[in-house]
Design a protein around this ligand. Structure first.
Ligand code: TZP
Ligand code: MG
Length: 216
């Protein structure tokens, strides 16, 4: 995949927006320049069944109108039904090899927490790695141990060149450190979904990332 897509990755579902209405938040974030979007519908108030499918459809069409690829978290069947641009799975979400086979030609992202998991994900065909949590966050309940941006340095030092995005507790003050450590970009939930103005929040985050990538 083109690693530029990872510069500013918005991850979001209904429960991450104060209003419980993620569409206006997504629209605002798209205006601010997010480069990739992940539909992660879980937690309190999460939609299921037809409601989830309908919301995913609406969010995917918003993303398409901005040329931003749409990735589905965990739900492999939903990603296939929707003909989404890809899927993102964690270490407990089934076989990477099997998922790779089912998403031939599409984006496969895998969450990893250390060098060994990064090696395996690369070997089994991941297109990019989500590495985290970079910092403590209240957004995810079953949070893994926080190792900080150094884990990205370790993964790079081990010779892994796959595109990487850091996730977990990242805001505009921390985005640059994550990219300096070897990530191609940052994935955020609350820094955009809870912002008063998601457009401005996205612009500021993108600016911080591109500053380190020497694009601006
Ligand atoms: N995976 C690791 S941390 C995290 C996920 C999904 C939550 C990130 O949310 P926030 O609000 O950007 O800290
Ligand atoms: Mg998962």
């Amino acid at each position: 995949m083109n690693k530029e897509l990872l510069k500013l990755y918005l991850v979001m579902g209904s429960s991450n927006c104060g209003s419980g209405e993620p569409l206006p938040v997504l629209e605002s974030a798209l205006k601010g320049g997010i480069t990739l979007f992940q539909f992660r519908e879980k937690g309190n108030g999460a939609r299921s069944g037809q409601g989830k499918i309908k919301l995913a459809h609406e969010m995917m069409s918003r993303c398409r109108s901005y040329g931003v690829p749409f990735i589905v978290n965990d739900d492999v069947e939903l990603a296939l039904t929707l003909e989404a641009d890809g899927v993102h799975i964690g270490q407990d979400d089934g076989s990477i090899i099997e998922t790779r086979k089912r998403f031939a030609g599409k984006v496969l992202g895998v969450s990893v927490h250390n060098v060994q998991e990064a090696h395996d994900a690369m070997k089994f065909g991941a297109d990019y790695l989500g590495v985290g949590p970079m910092y403590f966050t209240n957004t995810k309940s079953d949070l893994h141990e926080v190792k900080g941006p150094d884990v990205i340095k370790d993964i790079r030092a081990a010779g892994i060149t796959l595109p990487i995005v850091g996730i977990g507790g990242i805001d505009k003050e921390r985005a640059g450190i994550v990219v300096e450590s070897g990530a191609d970009g940052v994935a955020v939930i609350s820094a955009i979904s809870q912002a008063q103005c998601p457009t401005a929040a996205a612009r500021e985050l993108l600016y911080e990332v591109e500053k380190i990538l020497h694009i601006t």
